[in-house]
Every structure is written in structure tokens, then in C-alpha cells.
Design a protein around this ligand. Structure first.
Ligand code: ACO
Length: 316
């Protein structure tokens, strides 16, 4: 059996920071409301001239810095994004060009906030079958480009950034299991209505309250599914690295796992919801801060537009 393992992590956040105080100046909202309802204090916002592939490039260089692998050893690039540079070609191809590592395959995955888990699941399968040895997986989103900053229920939530991991073939399990799902019947609860002929609103519309309730229930089920599939107890999980959507959703999942919040990697206060970037950025934070140690068992989970949801159980 060929296993796959995350061997290196990296991240990038734009330098421009938008605080709750900044939002108070243009919206009928308050720092207190935002922190109480979401846990968010600030978020990073991309420069108007910067693109998703620029952020992905910087996150990849950060991952390569601490990796024993050379960029030339990458034999597949998967980018999870909802905010591609262009309609085509893919952001993965744009990233490949910036990295100067043709001719390996490169493609994008669109599963909104669950995109990184989807991409990791695909990387794992390519490695398990012996088809690829070193896969670059990037989660990147420039959510500010599709956010209406006059809509207070959306403007407060979203942030920009990129997280990258290198997944390599290994003789010991690193990625233990991945689980992905979607249900398109919920499409209109969280979407950007713009169609391919470019008609319709091009910013996020969300029924926040309904999304919240379904997210908590669905994440409960994905935790059960992951533990059951691996015959594990809740206490076998050392760290929860969740998609950073809302601190109250994170707390509900931690409660489900009987886990105290100091075993949960929380970045939402500083990053907001960076969609596909949020899990790899949180993983990067957990590892680089020294909290997550080699050999520990980590549960990553996500929920997002589609709806899509999923989990990955890994040993770091
Ligand atoms: N400041 C002040 N008041 C606000 C703001 C704001 N920024 N936004 C909404 N309100 C008001 C509403 O207008 C409403 O006022 P009303 O009662 O006078 O009509 C009141 O607050 C309650 O509004 P709700 O939308 O019901 O508030 P809710 O408790 O659902 O909180 C929130 C809103 C924080 C967006 C929440 O629904 C949420 O986080 N949902 C999860 C959605 C999410 O995270 N989506 C991201 C993608 S999916 C995922 O990643 C999980």
C-alpha cells in the first residue's frame, strides 16, 4: 500500500488588514456584534492588482522553504478556489507558470469552503494508486473580490489568503482517510448568482441563519462518519483543524468531540472566513506555532456552498 503524507505546509496573507473598527465606519455594525456573533476581529484583503495565483505562488514558496522536496519534484498541482484569476485557464495553470514547473498536470477544484478537503482527497487517491509522488495542493481565495461591502451580513465575514501543502508518497499513513459529500438542493442558500453569460449579481448572497444551522448538523454527522470509518474514539483526536466560518460553529464541533477549545486551531479572529484557504492556513498556523507535533492525529473538516462538506483525518 502506498500512503500519502503532508510533508510541508505554507501560507500567505495579504498585508492590508480590514478591522471591525474600519467596518464600523461604513456599515451599521459594531466590533462587539461581529466578535460576539462570529469571533472575527480582522481579515486580510488582497491588493486590487493581486490575484489568487499570486497568493497561491507565495504560499507555495513558503511551503517549499521548509520542505525536503525541490519544486521540480512536484508531479501534480491541484488548486482549490472559488475566485480564479480568469474564467480559463485554471488558476493551477497560472500558478504552474509562475513556479516554472511545466509539464506536470495542473487543475482547479471548485467546492467553495470545502475545496481544500476535496483537493486533498484527490491528491491522496493519485498517490495511493502510485500515479503521482509529490502533489502540491493549494487552497486560495480572494473573497473580497466577490463581497458586497454595503451588505453588513457578508462584509464582516470574508477574508483573503492562501495555504499550500506538499503531499508526498510515504510508507506510513499520513492521510488516514478522507470523506467528501455534496447536496446541490441547497444551492441558493449560499451562492454568487452570476451566470456564465455574465448576467446576474456577482457578489455573495447568503441565508446566514439557515446556513449556520445546516452547517452545525452536517459537521456533527461528518465527525461521526470519520470516527466510525476509522474505528476511533473521540479521545483519539489530538487536534481539530476546522474550516474557519464562525467561532460558534467551531465551538459546536469541539463540543461534539468533547474537546476543549485549546485543542482547536482557531485563526478566524485574525483571518475571517478565507473559504478554501482557511484549513491550510489554520494547519500552517498550528504547525508553525509548535502546537501540532509530529505523530499527532488531526481532524480537518469543512462545510461550504453547494452545499459541500467533508473531512480528512491525518497523522502529521
Ligand atoms: N451587524 C449588526 N447586525 C447585523 C449584522 C451586522 N454585521 N449582520 C446582520 N445583522 C442583524 C440582522 O439584520 C438581523 O437584524 P433584525 O433581527 O433586526 O432583522 C439580526 O442581526 C440577526 O440576523 P441573522 O442573519 O438572523 O443573524 P445570525 O444570528 O444568523 O448571524 C451570521 C449572522 C453571523 C452571518 C450567521 O448567520 C453565520 O455566521 N452564519 C453562518 C454562515 C457562514 O459562516 N457562511 C460562510 C460560508 S458557509 C460556511 O463556511 C459555514
Amino acid at each position: 500500500m502506498i500512503y500519502s503524507k503532508i510533508t510541508s505546509v505554507g501560507g500567505y496573507l495579504p498585508s492590508n488588514i480590514l478591522t471591525n473598527k474600519d467596518l464600523e465606519r461604513s456599515l451599521d455594525t459594531s466590533d462587539e456584534w461581529i466578535v460576539t456573533m462570529t469571533g472575527i476581529k480582522e481579515r486580510h484583503i488582497i491588493d486590487p492588482n493581486e490575484t489568487s495565483s499570486d497568493m497561491a505562488y507565495k504560499a507555495t514558496l513558503d511551503a517549499i522553504k521548509t520542505s525536503k522536496k525541490d519544486l521540480k519534484e512536484i508531479d501534480l498541482i491541484i488548486v482549490a478556489t472559488t475566485t480564479p484569476d480568469k474564467i480559463f485557464p485554471s488558476t493551477a495553470c497560472a500558478l504552474q507558470n509562475k513556479l516554472g514547473i511545466g509539464e506536470c498536470p495542473a487543475f482547479d477544484i471548485q467546492a467553495v469552503c470545502s475545496g481544500f478537503i476535496y483537493a486533498l482527497s484527490i491528491a491522496d487517491k493519485f498517490i495511493n494508486t502510485g500515479s503521482k509522488k509529490n502533489v502540491l495542493v493549494v487552497g486560495v481565495d480572494a473573497m473580497s473580490k466577490i463581497t458586497d461591502y454595503s451588505d453588513r451580513s457578508n462584509a464582516i465575514l470574508w477574508g483573503d489568503g492562501a495555504g499550500a501543502v506538499i503531499v508526498s508518497a510515504s510508507d506510513k499513513p499520513g492521510i488516514i482517510s478522507t470523506h467528501i459529500h455534496s447536496d446541490g438542493k441547497y444551492e441558493s442558500l449560499l451562492h454568487v448568482p452570476r451566470t456564465k453569460n455574465l448576467s446576474g449579481k456577482d457578489t455573495i448572497e447568503m441565508q446566514g441563519n439557515q446556513v449556520f444551522k445546516i452547517a452545525v448538523n452536517t459537521l456533527d454527522r461528518i465527525v461521526d462518519e470519520t470516527l466510525k470509518a476509522n474505528n476511533l474514539k473521540k479521545s483519539d483526536i489530538d487536534w481539530l483543524v476546522p474550516h474557519q466560518a464562525n467561532i460558534r460553529i467551531l465551538e459546536a464541533t469541539a463540543k461534539k468531540l468533547d474537546m476543549s477549545m485549546d485543542r482547536v486551531i482557531v485563526t478566524i479572529d485574525k483571518h475571517g472566513n478565507t473559504s478554501a484557504a482557511s484549513i491550510p492556513l489554520a494547519l500552517n498556523d498550528g504547525i508553525k506555532s509548535g502546537k501540532i507535533k509530529p505523530g499527532e492525529t488531526i481532524l480537518m473538516e469543512a462545510f461550504g456552498g453547494g452545499f459541500t462538506w467533508g473531512s480528512a483525518l491525518i497523522k502529521y
